[in-house]
Design a binder for this molecule. Structure first.
Ligand SMILES: CC(C)(COP(=O)(O)OP(=O)(O)OC[C@H]1O[C@@H](n2cnc3c(N)ncnc32)[C@H](O)[C@@H]1OP(=O)(O)O)[C@@H](O)C(=O)NCCC(=O)NCCS
Length: 184
């Protein structure tokens, strides 16, 4: 990933060292791939969004929320088809939060770990103002916690009764990675 001064600059495609996945901006032409994970209730279980119900809804979401997102990349296989996405959301000037989603068919193959490792390795170069990259994970979302631990995030603790997710008050685990931390 090259350094960019502005989010308006066209982002660079990033390839993982083993060449298994690449990251690139998502476009409307990814709508069918997007629907594979976005319509899946099991994928959405620990996410704030509800499963998408139609192609029209998917097009609207990509148009309104993906194309306008400050930092979101499709996670792609070698044939360039998207199997999920990974994003970095602003919390404030020095804190950003990472989030990621993969289509269920691709779970358990190391792609989530690879994508989080790629972004963590590069985001501090691209946004040198970041002092802390955070991840807030549902206490029951064991897979996502494992991904973060494998990459070298620090598990800081459980934020008790931290948020309402789909009508249920949830305990959330706070993870962080600082620029001085060691990537695993
Ligand atoms: C979370 C998610 C991205 C993980 O991606 P993934 O590609 O399946 O993860 P990996 O294959 O890189 O696995 C990383 C580790 O987690 C473990 N793991 C993955 N899913 C797991 C699960 N459901 N339960 C227990 N361990 C799990 C793997 O075994 C692996 O550990 P190991 O190397 O010690 O065996 C994926 O499950 C997903 O998209 N979930 C739905 C969306 C979501 O919850 N996003 C995160 C919101 S915070």
């Amino acid at each position: 990933m090259e350094t960019t001064d502005s989010h308006e600059t066209q982002p660079t495609v990033v390839y993982s060292p083993p060449g298994r996945i690449s990251l690139r901006p998502m476009t409307l032409s990814d709508v069918d791939d997007y629907m594979v994970w976005a319509t899946d209730a099991k994928v959405a279980r620990f996410c704030s969004w509800e499963p998408c119900k139609s192609r029209e809804e998917a097009i609207k979401y990509i148009t309104d929320s993906v194309l306008t997102h400050p930092w979101l990349r499709a996670i792609c296989l070698e044939d360039d088809h998207a199997i999920g996405y990974i994003l970095v959301m602003p919390v404030d000037k020095i804190r950003k939060e990472i989030g990621y989603v993969l289509a269920r068919k691709y779970w358990g193959k190391g792609f989530g770990t690879e994508a989080v490792r790629l972004v963590t390795a590069e985001i501090f170069k691209e946004m040198p103002e970041i002092e802390r990259l955070e991840a807030l994970v549902d206490e029951d979302n064991v897979g996502s916690q494992r991904v973060l631990e494998k990459v070298g995030f620090t598990r800081e603790g459980v934020m008790r009764k931290f948020m309402v997710m789909k009508g249920s008050v949830r305990d959330m685990v706070m993870f962080s990675f600082l620029p001085s931390d060691t990537l695993k």
